[in-house]
Design a protein around this ligand. Sequence first.
Ligand SMILES: Nc1nc2c(ncn2[C@@H]2O[C@H](COP(=O)(O)OP(=O)(O)OP(=O)(O)O)[C@@H](O)[C@H]2O)c(=O)[nH]1
Length: 969
Amino acid sequence: MPIRIYALAKELQVDSKQLVDICNRAGVTGKGSALASLDDDELVKVKAFLNKDSGGDGGSRGSQSRSSTTDEPIRPERPSQPAKPSRIRTLGGPAKPRSREDEEQPADEVEATDMPVATETEAPSIDSSDEAAPEIISAEAPSAPGDSQDTADDTEQPSAESAESDPPAEQPVHKDAPIRGIRRGDYIAIGSQRKVRTLGGGGAKKQDDDREKPKPKPKKVGPSVKIAKLPTAPAPKPQAETKEPAAQKPIMQLPKEAIKGAKKGQKAPLEEFTKLHEKKRKSKDRKSVAEIDEPTELREDDDAATKVARKKGKSTGMAGMAGSRDARTQGRKRTKSISTDGDSDDLRRGRRPRPRRDKSSSKVSTAAPRKTDVALELPCSLREFSEASGLPVQAVQRTLMSYGQMVTINAMLDAETAELLAAEHGIDLNIKTPESIEDTLIAEIEDMVDDPDQLSERPPVVTFLGHVDHGKTSLLDKIIGLDVVSGEAGGITQHIRAYIVDKGEKQIAFVDTPGHEAFTEMRARGANVTDIAVLIVAADDGIMPQTEEAISHAKAANVPIIVALNKMDVPGANPEKALQQLSQHGLLPAEWGGDVEVVKTSAITGEGVDTLLETILLTSEIHEYTANPSRNAVGVCLEAEQESDRGVLAKLIVNNGSLKVGDVVVCGSTYGRVKAMYDTLNPRKRLDVAPPSTPVNVTGFDEAPAAGEKFYVLEDIADAREIAEMRASRSREQHLGGHTVKVSFEDFQARLQSGNLAGDDAGIVYLNIILRADTRGSIEAIQKELDKLDHPEVKVRVMQATVGGVTVADVTLASASDAVIVAFNVIPDEAARSLADDRGVEVRRYNIIYKVTEDIKLLLEGQLRPESRITELGRALVQRTFSISRIGTIAGCRVLGGIIERNCRIRVNRDGRGIGEYGLDSLKREKDDVKEVREGYECGIKLVGFNDIKDGDILEAFKVEEFARTLDS
Ligand SMILES: Nc1nc2c(ncn2[C@@H]2O[C@H](COP(=O)(O)OP(=O)(O)OP(=O)(O)O)[C@@H](O)[C@H]2O)c(=O)[nH]1
């Protein structure tokens, strides 16, 4: 009876993937997936292989047979090099397995042998010939006594093949035997996880260990040196506690230009300003401060103070004292009328700081040692900035003063000002935003690790994906026993459907998606709900554009993919072609030796539906999806709508935990208390609890949450409100700040011009379009026309083309993929219109097909970079040059041929070489400006930005003309 590889793996207690590998090694081919089955013959073959592999070497190894028995989990060896097991060989004779005596040989003894060792680093350079090869033993490094036996065991695990080729076990290992080089077959496969160690087994290892273990150093005996005690520095005097000045409320705002400039790293305006400021101060200092001989408390990075200190140094000694008296007298005279209120001002004005001032200055010495890396939580006060950065308050104040800001120590700094200050003082500022309730509560939930004891199996969440009309809805209908497809407007799925259904003892949660929108949105929010993706491919159509997209989505979601090759009952079904296409897209079918299960189905006849379900359940079993039903629920909103009678009805799917009526939920920028929960299959059936993987319709939200938003259950409704409001205001700010504005035609134009639109590797710029039309025929016609707009530089990419009005889902997709929506003979519904306004998505409406293509063609053509063509005009010889101050060099020329025109460009040639191209600044005949000068005439030419013109230079006049291009050119 056939048995699945997965089941056999379970029975043998090995990993399914490894067993797939073992099957291949055993010669049972075409088993690429754990879901593949083995018939009786194959099973015997695999088991025989396993027995041979695990037990076969026992006999040949004698006393050193593997310690593992068949009851133990099978550890497949070196899957990448099954035919090349590691060997133990001694030089000068056939390889000999080591006897127990050898293994038990004391480490010291082994160490004592003078046998050369082959180390891991030597391995690559060792000769691959059989003879004269040094021995290499692969083993796990033993770490405890007794491990040496294990090591020996491990070294002796060649496959049956190698066992046969190995010499008899009786032959002892000769310690003194010369050693041969490593053979290619001796190389240890990466998968074996073993290390190559030197010959000598435990002994060599011990040697290593000995080397690793630092021996206790003998105590040094010798003359002891007595070192004198370091003088202890006097403790700094505690600074007098001072009262803080009253807080100043306004937040400083620096001139915008200064901030912008400084952020861009342009220091010029600031430097100009600072220089001017410094200059003024220096001149003052020079006049008055030199005489001051009293210590000041100004810090060393205070430029003015440093200068003061320097000058002070000069005036020390008797002469200095004599000089300083005069200077003081002079200074007093000069500063008589100046009144100041700060020490530094006193200093600058040449006044001796009074004791009172000394006291007050200590209150600003809050700065810690200067730092270059500062973490700061904003907004912060100037004092806090100073403390964090180690900059003196005065230095910070002075910097701000240079920006025209007079601030006190308690003034609050905003982020921009702090950044500016950091840039000015060469500090790396790391702005920390204060933790919000959202950060703490949500992060806490996200980081919550479930107790393994509380985890239990949960149903898999399976998403049906695929090209439009390939039968997603019909298949799901068939599985559930519903008939949704006949009720769908235009036969198109417009909404996400999600159901949990019983299949035998198990349950499966199904999600049917309209196109790929749900995946896009959910991936964008990092909230993928799917465990397994079922890709529906119509056997008659094969892989279509949206199938490709679905494949990308499923691959990006990193979930197992099962393919349902549907419509097998249709006469034109070509499963072989579809399988071929699937493998071309990286999905190698299991029947072709790959790992993707492909189930042939028909939603009409029911063929393969049971196999599909079985495959889903088996895949789920392999992956063991678990959840903790006893914790608060977390999950994702699949869809939400406003109902006239029940208010907001949100379709949620629970990822983990259990959602209960009465729970406080926050989901994106909405929140509420779960008023009621309804079954998604039976909309009127109420539920009290929704365990993991259950989709439910929930009422109680204040507003409709967005699809793809994660929901969390909180303890307190006030917290939920605060988080929701915070998110709503942040999204409003972003919207007002233009962060969410998506591509419009004009925007596309602007971005093209600025070269800002993302292109692919080849530099092609794409205009993404979502096409909505009244009929499939219209779609086909428009697509055919758009296909004609082919150009190597600019292309149209139709992301999605579906029948029906523009929906919220289209707008969401357009917003997520920077696309423009083209609505042909259809209109957006109210929700879509308002969302499009909200997100800045452009919806273009048409009712004539050629207008669509005309519009897009014009747009693309208009944006093709114009073609530049150069027209040669004439040549002139420079006969004389005149240098005029304030104007530059004028070249007196004679036109040798052609014509020189006023707005042309000039190529300057000297000694037969071109030295540059410049614009023509002025063209004169006599003293008059002229439009042109013809051959044979003389003229004066002044070039833009080039005065190094010389007699004898040849000037070539030319003009560059730009020509518009078309998509056809
Ligand atoms: N003969 C045949 N027709 C099928 C089969 N599966 C689906 N169909 C038909 O194909 C059409 C489209 O089926 P849907 O189930 O709506 O396809 P879908 O992939 O859900 O399409 P969207 O919802 O638009 O994405 C319907 O007319 C179905 O009756 C099948 O296995 N065999």
